[in-house]
Design a protein around this ligand. Structure first.
Ligand SMILES: Nc1nc2c(ncn2[C@@H]2O[C@H](COP(=O)(O)OP(=O)(O)OP(=O)(O)O)[C@@H](O)[C@H]2O)c(=O)[nH]1
Ligand SMILES: [K+]
Ligand SMILES: [Mg+2]
Length: 346
């Protein structure tokens, strides 16, 4: 039996199994198995690539944004509107057959926007070009899930399932679990908070499923079984995501208002040029970019030419936050937006 069939079998069994206290650890075991098979499916057998690798487009600029969506939601139209690159758009599905990079210039930052082929349900299992598309999504600093505002709400969940299946976790941070392998001593599990969504028995079952008999586990938040498996497997990607509903020109104002109120969501119309500047602002925010001006000693900073950094970047310099009297800070100073820095060497 191939891996795909095995996965199907486990998924069927999980669907048949009622969720309750008695079946909890059996389901945990099935989940762990499922994750293992999916990993097998996704990591190409040969190092030289195969369907598990993304498109061969060089990363460029300060950050990469990948456009993920079903066919004909308007991904290419968006690229053509926001960048100087033209990507063919048409009313038939699968117009775009490869990755097309464009550059958004905003506040001194160069953001690479990647137009990608549309994906269909089952993309992560290797249907069509889907595997390549979802693998490329893994390389992004921000994923834009583009949706057609005129279509059903279901599309959003289906896309999330495809990305989840390749190990992408959207708008989540890595669960606070410390996991240490040992050679002897058995398994020690400690938690600093009460666990309400999983329990020690389930965790032990999963560890046994991975043939891990000696390790220390420290759990510092109220995790689910899935989150535990994620940390155990270790190659998950935690990527911010913006849900972008396009074609709002074709729905009622009431519907627009409803969509616009959802979390991590922006509503736009590429055709009518509605809200595109706001979308770019939101991308900038979610990428956590900050712009920093550099200046030579005794000179004014060049405000036309900021340097872009990711939030959390540190450098020795002066922070505008401490104005009016600029201050000398250490190398570990976390850069704030609009900081002005000069580097002093001894
Ligand atoms: N009504 C409306 N139509 C739009 C809008 N944006 C794009 N379209 C239309 O939607 C169709 C598909 O646009 P594309 O840009 O080719 O969509 P895509 O997502 O790149 O499609 P694939 O590459 O095939 O996956 C085209 O006929 C566009 O003119 C919009 O804001 N409103
Ligand atoms: K299209
Ligand atoms: Mg396209």
């Amino acid at each position: 039996m191939g891996v795909v069939e095995k996965i199907k079998e486990i998924e069927d069994e999980m669907a048949r199994t009622q969720k309750n206290k008695a079946t909890e650890y059996h389901l945990g075991l099935l989940k762990a198995k499922l994750a293992r098979y999916r990993a097998q499916l996704l990591e190409p057998a040969t190092k030289s690539g195969g369907p598990g690798t993304g498109f061969d487009v060089q990363k460029s600029g300060d950050a990469r944004v990948a456009l993920i969506g079903f066919p004909s939601v308007g991904k290419s139209t968006l690229l053509s509107k926001c960048t100087h690159t033209v990507s063919e758009s048409a009313s038939y599905e699968f117009t775009t057959l490869t990755a097309i990079p464009g550059v958004i210039e905003h506040q001194g930052a160069r953001i690479q926007l990647l137009d990608l082929p549309g994906i269909v349900e089952g993309a992560s299992q290797g249907r069509g070009r889907g595997r390549q598309v979802v693998s490329t999504a893994k390389t992004a600093d921000l994923i834009v899930i583009m949706l057609d505002a005129t279509k059903s709400e279901e599309q959003r969940r289906l896309l999330e399932i495809e990305l989840d299946a390749v190990g992408i976790r959207l708008n989540k941070r890595k669960p606070d679990i410390v996991f240490k392998r040992k050679t002897t001593g058995g398994i020690t599990i400690n938690n600093t908070v009460k666990l309400t969504k999983t329990d020690e028995r389930t965790i032990r079952t999963i560890l046994a499923g991975y043939k891990l008999h000696n390790c220390d586990v420290m759990i510092r938040e109220d995790i689910t079984t899935d989150e535990f498996i994620d940390v155990l497997i270790g190659n998950r990607k935690y990527i911010p995501c913006l849900y972008v509903y396009n074609k709002i020109d074709a729905i009622s104002l009431e519907q627009v208002a409803k969509l616009a109120h959802e979390d991590h969501t922006v509503v736009i119309s590429c055709e009518m040029n509605l809200n595109l500047d706001y979308l770019i602002e939101r991308m900038w925010d979610d990428l956590g970019l900050v712009k920093v001006y550099t200046k030579k000693r005794g000179a004014h900073p060049d405000l036309a030419d900021p340097v872009c950094l990711r939030k959390g970047a540190t450098v020795e310099g002066k922070s505008s936050k401490f104005n009016p009297h600029a201050q000398k800070v250490g190398l570990n100073h976390v850069m704030q937006d609009e900081d002005v820095v000069s580097i002093f060497t001894k």
